[in-house]
Structures are given as structure tokens and as C-alpha cells.
Design a binder for this molecule. Structure first.
Ligand SMILES: Cc1ncc(COP(=O)(O)O)c(C=O)c1O
Length: 411
């Protein structure tokens, strides 16, 4: 970029995260609006042909065309970057297109990726099947066994990809340890921070190079739009991702950017309350005789409890998964019937695969979010037929307990 830059909001040096969450972005327009404007325009009028030429050639920073530059999108990018402690960010049309942009920006045929085997099902499909078509090979390893990551490194390894906690098992990876493996390999570590959001976890502080977001989840927080982003160093964003965005166009629409931008304003208070309610629900579930196991990083019984508390601001997040008990020779089929019964007995929870909403959502991962995986991939990811995932919202937690109890006590 040349010397002419898009101005920043005038805030005192060192203002804290909660202030940045409601104010970071762009200065208001000439009209002095207090709430951020929605720039619903596909292109921008240029003052003259010479300025247009300079702007298209990247010699001058300005808004040109909303496939790669739009003020509302820039406001969202700046605010999210500030919350993540990143130099910059680039917004995308969905969380999956953020991972697509990541791959298109960093990888070429012959490169190798190491990815946790417990990440979101579509991420496994994108890396393992779609990128493989273009000659990029991915090795899937245990989320929690750092030795497996280390021994998977090859001379052509360019990217390490993790998600923490994972969907739906809430397995927590040691971001600092993975960052050391990535540095030793000369590769980039990208962490999908969808479950925690920057309100609880800032992966860059632990050595991650890039942070991936599905803005569809907690950033919006009210289940309204699909959105995504990559956060990281300005240089990497400008050199690797902006040119791909300009050519490939997985852009976030200004309207969706505006919704997610406003969602960021309430992110930290939503995350705090939803996480408190999730902990109460997880503790209650653990005491129910019909529940075989509860997965929640905030519980002392979680295998990475201590790591999660250190990495996630002392919070377990707002997603709780559990397995309903089932016995007998046809255990898997019976467990699936039990899980369906508990889900179908709810009257408050929304039966939907989304998470991060103020409305509590309930889902059966084996047949929905992870339904496209083979049984072998599913079991490697620890997802069995008796598993239910609850993404706790702002409903009164006593109502959620009663909702789950209705099915559990009639198994
Ligand atoms: C951890 C994680 N990453 C990425 C995604 C994909 O996000 P999107 O649905 O916005 O494409 C999801 C969606 O559920 C997710 O749970």
C-alpha cells in the first residue's frame, strides 16, 4: 500500500478490550452517526481517473469494490483484529470460506498439512478431500498428543491446523506446544477459535500465527448470519490473502459484516453468562445416572481441565457434550435411539446444528455436523452414536436442565 491510508478511529492509547469491542473500526462519516453505518454498495465512486488507477494499483488505500474493500467490512475486520490481539484480519463469507482462503493463500500442489483429527467435520472434508484434489496432502493426528504432531512433520509441511476446544468433544490442544512444533517445521500454525472467541481465548498470545473464525457462531451470537474471518500479521494478510480474495471473491457481504460487527459489542458479556450456565448444566449432567460421560473443559473430570483453565481465561466455554448410557449387544443402535429420545423430548432447546446462539441449541453430532464422515473417521474423532451436544445460550439454565431431564428420566 502507498502512503495514503484509510483513517483509524481516534481512541486514547491503551484503551481496553471492552472499549475496543464497542468502538474500534472507522471514524464516522460526514453525518456523525453514533452507530456504525451499513455501506450497502457494490462499488465506490472515484474522484478522477488517475486516483482510480492509483487505487487499483494499490498505491493508495481506498474503498474500490465490495468484493475486497468495503467500510462496514473494514470496521468488522479492525474490531475483530483488536479483540484477537492481531495486527489485522480479513473477513470471509463463512467460517469454511476462511479455511478455504487460508489454504488457497498458503498452499500449493506438493505441500503438506498436519491437522487435528477432531476438528469440525467440514474442515476434515475440505482438507482431506477437496484440497487433496489439488495435490495438497493432509495428515490427521490426535488433538492432544503433541508427539504425534511432531512426528508427522515432513520437509514439505507448510501448515498446522487445530481447533480448540474441538467440536463436539471439547478436546483442548496445547497451543504453545503446537506453535513450537510449527516453528521447528518452518510452518504456520492456524487455530480455529470458534468455540472460545477472543472473549475467552486469544491464540496469538500462545504463539499461533493465524486465528480462524466462524463469525456465524459467538461473534454474531444470535444465529442471524453466516460469516468468517482470518486474523494475523498484516504482511501475511496483505501478501497471501488479499490477492486471493480479490481473485476468488469469498467476500463477506456488508450487511452480514454489520450484523457481526454489532454482535462483537456484546460478545464478552454473552460469553461470560453463557459459560457460567454451561458449567452449571455440565455439573448437573455429570450427576445424572442416565449420563455415561460429560465432556466440558470447565469440569475437573475433563482430561485437559488444567490446560483449558490456563488457556481459556479460567472458563470452559458454552458448549457441553455428553453421552447417554446404553447397554447390550446392539449398544451403538440403542445409544442412538436414546440420544434421539432425549433430543426429541426437549421443548425449549432448538434442535439445530448451529451453536453460539443466545437460544440454547441441541444436536446429535454423529448424524448431523459429522454425518458425512466415515464411521472410522467419526470414531477417530471420538464421536459415538450416544453423544449429544448442547450449546448453552441465555435461556435460564433451570429450564434447560428440566428440558433434558424430561427425556433422560423416561429412557
Ligand atoms: C469449529 C468450527 N469451525 C468452522 C465452522 C464453519 O463455519 P461456517 O458454518 O460459518 O462456515 C464451524 C461450523 O459449525 C465450526 O463449528
Amino acid at each position: 500500500m502507498g502512503s495514503k491510508k484509510i483513517p483509524r478511529v481516534d481512541l486514547p492509547e491503551g484503551v481496553r478490550l471492552d472499549t475496543l469491542a464497542v468502538r474500534e473500526g472507522l471514524p464516522p462519516s460526514a453525518w456523525g452517526e453514533n452507530s456504525e453505518a451499513l455501506f450497502l454498495t457494490s462499488s465506490f465512486v472515484q474522484p478522477d481517473a488517475a486516483s482510480a488507477a492509483a487505487r487499483f494499483a494499490n498505491e493508495e488505500e481506498a474503498f474500490i469494490y465490495s468484493r475486497f474493500t468495503n467500510p462496514t467490512v473494514t470496521m468488522f475486520e479492525r474490531r475483530l483484529a483488536a479483540l484477537e490481539g492481531a495486527e489485522g484480519s480479513i473477513a470471509t463469507s463463512s467460517g469454511m470460506s476462511a479455511i478455504l482462503l487460508l489454504g488457497m493463500g498458503l498452499l500449493k500442489a506438493g505441500d503438506h498439512v498436519i491437522c487435528s483429527q477432531s476438528v469440525f467435520g467440514s474442515t476434515i472434508m475440505l482438507l482431506g478431500r477437496e484440497f487433496a484434489k489439488f495435490g495438497v496432502e493432509t495428515t490427521f493426528v490426535s488433538q492432544t498428543d503433541v508427539a504425534q504432531w511432531r512426528s508427522a512433520v515432513q520437509a514439505n509441511t507448510k501448515l498446522l491446523f487445530a481447533e480448540s476446544p474441538t467440536n463436539p468433544l471439547t478436546e483442548v490442544c496445547d497451543i504453545r506446544a503446537l506453535s513450537e512444533v510449527a516453528k521447528g517445521a518452518g510452518a504456520v500454525l492456524a487455530v480455529d477459535n470458534c468455540f472460545c472467541s477472543p472473549a475467552l481465548q486469544r491464540p496469538i498470545e500462545y504463539g499461533a500465527d493465524l486465528v480462524i473464525h466462524s463469525g456465524t457462531k459467538y461473534l454474531d451470537g444470535q444465529g442471524r448470519v453466516i460469516a468468517g474471518a482470518i486474523c494475523g500479521p498484516e504482511k501475511l494478510i496483505n501478501e497471501r490473502f488479499v490477492p486471493v480474495m480479490r481473485s476468488a471473491g469469498m467476500a463477506l457481504s456488508p450487511f452480514n459484516a454489520w450484523v457481526v460487527l454489532k454482535g462483537l459489542e456484546t460478545l464478552s458479556i454473552r460469553m461470560r453468562v453463557q459459560s457460567e450456565r454451561a458449567l452449571a448444566l455440565a455439573a448437573w449432567l455429570e450427576a445424572q445416572p442416565q449420563v455415561e460421560r460429560v465432556y466440558y473443559p470447565g469440569l475437573a473430570s475433563h482430561p485437559q481441565h488444567a490446560l483449558a483453565m490456563a488457556q481459556q481465561s479460567g472458563s470452559g466455554g458454552a458448549v457441553v457434550s455428553f453421552i447417554v448410557a446404553a447397554e447390550g449387544a446392539d449398544k451403538a443402535a440403542r445409544a442412538r435411539r436414546h440420544a434421539f429420545h432425549v433430543i426429541d423430548s426437549t421443548r425449549v432447546c432448538s434442535i439445530t446444528a448451529n451453536l453460539g446462539d443466545t437460544k440454547t441449541t441441541i444436536t446429535h453430532p454423529a448424524s448431523t455436523s459429522h454425518g458425512r464422515l466415515s464411521e472410522e473417521q467419526r470414531l477417530a474423532a471420538g464421536i459415538t452414536q450416544g453423544m449429544i451436544r448442547v450449546a448453552v445460550g441465555l435461556d435460564d439454565v433451570e429450564d434447560i436442565k428440566a428440558d433434558l431431564d424430561r427425556g433422560l428420566r423416561t429412557l
